[in-house]
Design a protein around this ligand. Structure first.
Ligand code: PMP
Length: 359
């Protein structure tokens, strides 16, 4: 069975098998990873090793810190303004989809936030214009926020407009480590684990030390970025098994070689879009220049809701699962994260072709 879900998403078999061993006996300690003390050497080393792997795979210079938090992407929507949106500042948001908008709405609850560009009027089927100007009056900008890949709408930024001296904060939940990208222009990157990095329960945050210095002092430790850095992600008991899953995923990516994964990801998306572009029954939803490599959204040209259900059933009968589109847009959505192979995608295309030829 192939899991094309957009998150929680497929994990490689090698990772699941390794986790079974870790549950029984973690690193030869004789203990399950599920029962080890979080402040003990083994778990503290695990966190350090995971951070090192992130830094090396993302090719980050030493002035970045990696931390692990609970609360998902939604907590980050709140924590970012809580830590960085001060009284005399405003935050700028690029609204490219549902999650970007949720992040903006959370910021509004805490202070002054403004939309600098949005594609909501185009139903998020294409990316917002990046030729935007800054909010007026020219208050001090606390940060500029993007969502790099719009999981629901299947659109993805290839470029980010960076404003001089304005911290750049990006939600990379659905495309972290899936493509060649220079991460150094970003000041804070966050990514929930349940798509490309493991399972629900943790969010990875990568933050530049200069931005850390800007964090408000009054924030409770449990919501404070500097407190997580100081405590090595152990402000309270961390989600150890989730961190271990991410560690095993990162090891798997390193072993497979990131360049190879990136090349394969390009091919996977290309194959599927090529099929959809020439299909008589199906069509991609996102505009061509905005298409995502990790979440391919498509629909029946007829837009029939009844037939969409029939196709989903047909796909399941061919062992292809979790392909329904998000309820906001309907249709179909294929999550092509790193754990999905080229042959998995070929299999999906073959079944769609078979359906097309039969009906
Ligand atoms: N950002 C993006 C890009 C997402 O796709 C999601 C959820 N899938 C979130 C944030 C929210 O994550 P969570 O459900 O972990 O809060």
């Amino acid at each position: 069975m192939i899991n094309f879900g957009s998150g929680p998403a497929a994990l490689p078999d090698e990772v699941k098998l390794q986790l079974q061993l870790d549950i029984l006996d973690f690193k030869g300690s004789g203990f399950s990873v599920l029962e080890l003390p979080h402040r003990g050497r083994l778990i503290q080393n695990l966190i350090e090793e995971t951070n090192d792997l992130v830094k090396s795979l993302m090719n980050l210079p030493p002035n970045y810190q990696v931390i692990w938090m609970q609360g998902g992407g939604r907590l980050q929507f709140h924590m970012i303004p809580l830590n960085f949106l001060k009284k005399d500042t405003t935050a700028a948001y690029v609204i490219s989809g549902h999650w970007a908008k949720q992040a903006y709405l959370e910021a509004l609850k805490l202070g002054d936030a403004q939309i600098v560009s949005s594609s909501e009027e185009k139903m998020f089927q294409s990316l917002p214009d990046l030729d935007f100007t800054l909010p007026e009056p020219a208050q001090k900008l606390a940060y500029l926020h993007y969502c790099s890949n719009n999981t629901i709408y299947g659109t993805q930024f290839k470029h980010f407009k960076k404003l001089k001296d304005i911290p750049l904060i990006v939600d990379m939940s659905s495309d972290i480590l899936t493509r060649r990208l220079d991460y150094r222009p970003f000041d804070l990157i966050y990514a929930v684990a349940q798509k490309n990095l493991g399972i629900p329960g943790i969010t990875m945050v990568v933050i530049k030390e200069d931005l850390l210095k800007e964090a408000a002092f009054s924030v409770p430790d449990i919501l404070s970025y500097p407190a997580y850095v100081r405590s090595h992600s152990t402000v309270n008991t961390p989600a150890v098994f989730q961190i271990l899953t991410t560690f095993r995923m990162l090891e798997w990516m390193k072993e497979k070689d990131l360049n190879h994964i990136f090349m394969e990801n390009e091919k996977k998306a290309q194959l599927l879009y090529d099929f959809l572009d020439q299909s008589v029954l199906f069509e991609p939803i996102a505009h061509k220049d905005s298409r995502s490599q990790t979440n391919v959204c498509f629909r029946l040209k007829s837009r029939s809701i009844y037939e969409t259900e029939v196709v989903l059933e047909y796909l399941k009968n061919h062992r292809l699962y979790f392909l329904s589109g998000h309820r906001n847009i309907g249709g179909f959505r294929a999550g092509l994260y790193n754990a999905i192979s080229l042959s998995d995608v070929q299999c999906l295309i073959d079944v769609l072709k078979k359906y097309e030829s039969q009906y």
